[in-house]
Design a protein around this ligand. Structure first.
Ligand code: SF4
Ligand code: SF4
Length: 408
């Protein structure tokens, strides 16, 4: 199969269905329907219970359009599944409901089942970067075709969450926080994301670029109406394309680079056959997350050391917003957050134990009330404030040099 096609289509006057159908027809995605009565698994992004207006979860209109396109090929069954970010039972169901995806499933006769309610299977990772095994749902091998529908969002720890990062949701509930704990280093964590992706390897990806998040994504960012759909078969090329559209350097998104090294796709867009719109005609610069820690262009041991000194984030809980709901301390992978001794709404806040914190940003990502904020270490703040662009250029040169010399 020719997997080097990427379609970019514009959503005009909110006609999402046309943009999705056009994109899938342009790449001739129907060739994936190779037999009768196929079982299809659709994986949206259901990070947490948020209504579509916050652009945290896959938009229900995009999901509906994909389902309607799939139905043309008379599959035996369409199943949709995901697992939300926290380990609370019932949270994924609630995310599905609040996001509007559940209503679409009911209306379109799609079976909805959270990954945590399916039987589990331990998958062996081929050529592992850091993870030899990935426990996940049996659905990943029981279906004939997996369709990934990520949303374009910035991400405090990984810079971008899109095609590759979306499959982190195939880990059920508490396994996500365990993975954060297992890989406190950002480089290792990004490698784990790639290993997890490699287990499912969706054959088709349709990117929801309808409403996106810039700045402090993936859950507290500013909403951007980008009005785009991207479709393709190569997740690395798709995420690289998204970086170009939103003016990020793909080399700063560690999991994109590691996925290419693992053979999951290419960052070389000259090898890609673009259909529909071209990148330059749809560019829209996105604000980066203020939390994003640049990947320093040095060998790992120096990198870790310097990151700790120069780029340390400090967590702030906002008293006026915090509802003492327990989500942050129940989901912190390293128990770096504990409840206040006395629970008084508007007066007390959770306690942060800095030495235990691995700066995974899960607390900020999962807080239902946007009460968690991060501040940078003083030295790094000055660097960011004065935007010493010359230093940024040196930084980029060193980074590219490091890639060229393949220093790890
Ligand atoms: S900071 Fe957020 S998650 Fe933590 S207790 Fe307060 S409201 Fe809940
Ligand atoms: S305190 Fe927040 S950022 Fe630190 S380890 Fe816990 S969840 Fe992650």
């Amino acid at each position: 199969m020719n997997n080097n096609k990427i379609a970019i289509t514009k959503i005009i006057k909110d006609d999402v269905k046309k943009a999705v159908f056009d994109a899938l027809d342009l790449i001739n995605a129907k060739i994936l329907f190779t037999k009768m009565n196929m079982k299809i698994l659709i994986k949206p992004n259901l990070l947490k219970p948020k209504s579509p207006k916050y652009a945290v979860t896959t938009h229900p209109d995009v999901f509906r359009a994909v389902v309607q396109w799939v139905k043309q090929f008379n599959p035996e069954k369409i199943i949709t599944s995901d697992s939300s970010g926290t380990k609370k039972r019932g949270i994924t169901d609630n995310s599905c409901k609040v996001s509007g995806i559940k209503a679409v499933c009911e209306e379109e006769n799609v079976e909805w089942i959270p990954f945590e309610k399916t039987a589990r299977e331990v998958y062996q990772v081929k050529n592992p970067l850091v993870l030899k095994e990935v426990p996940s749902s049996v659905l990943l091998h029981e279906v004939d075709l997996i369709i990934n529908i990520p949303k374009i969002k910035t991400h405090g720890q990984c810079l971008l969450t899109c095609s590759i990062k979306n499959m982190f949701g195939t880990l059920v509930l508490e396994l996500k926080s365990k993975t954060h704990k297992m890989f406190p280093n950002n480089l290792d964590f990004n490698c784990a994301i790639v290993d997890i992706y490699s287990v499912s390897q969706p054959q088709l990806t349709i990117i929801d670029g309808f409403y996106c998040q810039e700045g402090n994504g993936p859950s507290m960012g500013d909403v951007v109406k980008l009005d785009l759909i991207l479709a393709g078969f190569d997740p690395v090329a798709l995420d690289t394309t998204v970086c170009k559209i939103i003016d990020f350097n793909p080399g700063d998104v560690i999991h994109i680079i590691k996925a290419e090294q693992k053979g999951l796709g290419t960052t070389d867009l000259t090898k890609i056959d673009f259909l529909g719109e071209n990148i330059n005609s749809v560019k829209r610069k996105f604000k980066k997350p203020k939390l994003f820690e640049g990947f320093l262009p040095l060998p790992k041991r120096y990198n870790d050391f310097l990151e700790k000194i120069f780029i340390y984030s400090i967590i702030k809980f906002e008293k006026s917003k915090c509802k003492l709901c327990s989500v942050c301390w129940n989901n912190c992978p390293t128990k770096a957050i504990t409840p206040p001794k006395k629970s008084k709404l508007g007066k007390t806040i959770p306690k942060w134990n800095r030495p235990n914190c691995i700066v995974c940003y899960c607390c900020a990502e999962l807080c239902p009330h946007e009460a968690v904020d991060f501040k940078r270490n003083f030295i790094w703040s000055i660097f960011m404030k004065f935007r010493l662009s010359i230093l940024e250029k040196i930084f980029n040169i060193l980074y590219n040099l490091k890639r060229f010399l393949k220093i790890n």
